[in-house]
Ligand binder design. Structure first.
Ligand SMILES: [Zn+2]
Ligand SMILES: [Zn+2]
Length: 263
């Protein structure tokens, strides 16, 4: 399994991209930044978006990805794949009502026509495994102010957990502890310790909160831990707080990372 980090920050600043991970070139986990990072050629390979939740920093580039693909289809008259957005039904309804609603942005599920829309929507249920492009993906509900799922990824007997945006939560750690060959965890770490109250209200973690969450992980010490969703403005402050927690095999992601997960 190859996970390319396109964006791993919880804020957008010059040089810092919003959350988006490209798995095996064709599957996106969240869509905060793919059109800022990928060439048109790379964008054209994307077949699926697994969407954790509908906050803008995770959906923004659905708009521009669809637009780019529509232009490619129309102007170059080439066959292009539709992009299927997978999420909880509530999240898909939110996208339709408030984002791809022909007011904020065109409804690309009906462009160029209803039968061959650039975008498709497919709802999933939490803890129902989906097999997509040789990858098994299981959404797991986490703790955020809007409906949100993290994801368990499994390919060729190796597993990865992506918590998505979350505050303190339990179920995803229970699932993580059931995995026979868990290789990596990508976990929320958004605010410095001084912002604990804000982190709690907004459903995120600080370095202290993240360390507390990781105590629930049985295999801590033998699994790679990657932090994401850091606020770029306070990255330096957070880095020293993260270091003080002294957690083995842990580091903050950067958006040029490519994680190759093997058995
Ligand atoms: Zn969020
Ligand atoms: Zn976010």
């Amino acid at each position: 399994m190859k996970i390319r980090v396109l964006g791993c920050y919880g804020g957008q600043l010059l040089g810092f991209h919003l959350t988006s991970f490209l798995v095996n070139d064709t599957v996106l986990l969240d869509a905060g930044s793919p059109t800022e990072v990928l060439t048109l050629e790379e964008q054209s390979k994307i077949r699926h978006i697994f969407l954790s939740h509908t906050h803008l920093d995770h959906i923004k580039d659905i708009a521009f990805l669809a637009d780019n693909r529509a232009i490619k289809r129309v102007s170059q008259a080439v066959a292009t794949y539709p992009i299927t957005i997978h999420s909880l039904q509530q999240n898909l309804s939110t996208l339709s009502q408030h984002f791809l609603n022909d007011v904020v942005w065109p409804d690309f599920t009906k462009i160029p026509n209803q039968e061959e829309g650039i975008l498709r929507m497919q709802s999933f249920e939490a803890e129902q495994m989906l097999c997509i492009e040789g990858l098994e993906i299981t959404p797991i509900e986490v703790n955020h102010p809007v409906p949100c799922t993290g994801f368990l990824l499994n390919q060729d007997g190796a597993q990865v957990i992506f918590t998505a945006d979350t505050g303190h939560t339990d179920r995803i750690w229970e699932v993580a502890n059931q995995q026979p060959n868990l290789k990596a965890v990508i976990i929320d770490c958004s605010f410095p310790n001084s912002h604990e109250k804000l982190a709690h209200i907004s459903g995120h973690l600080t370095p202290k909160g993240m360390a507390k969450e990781l105590k629930k992980l049985d295999k801590l010490g033998s699994v790679s831990i990657y932090l994401y969703h850091m606020k770029p403005e306070v990255l330096t402050e957070m880095a020293s707080e993260v270091e003080a927690e002294n957690i083995p095999h842990l580091r903050m992601l950067t958006q040029v990372d490519e994680l190759v997960i093997e058995i």
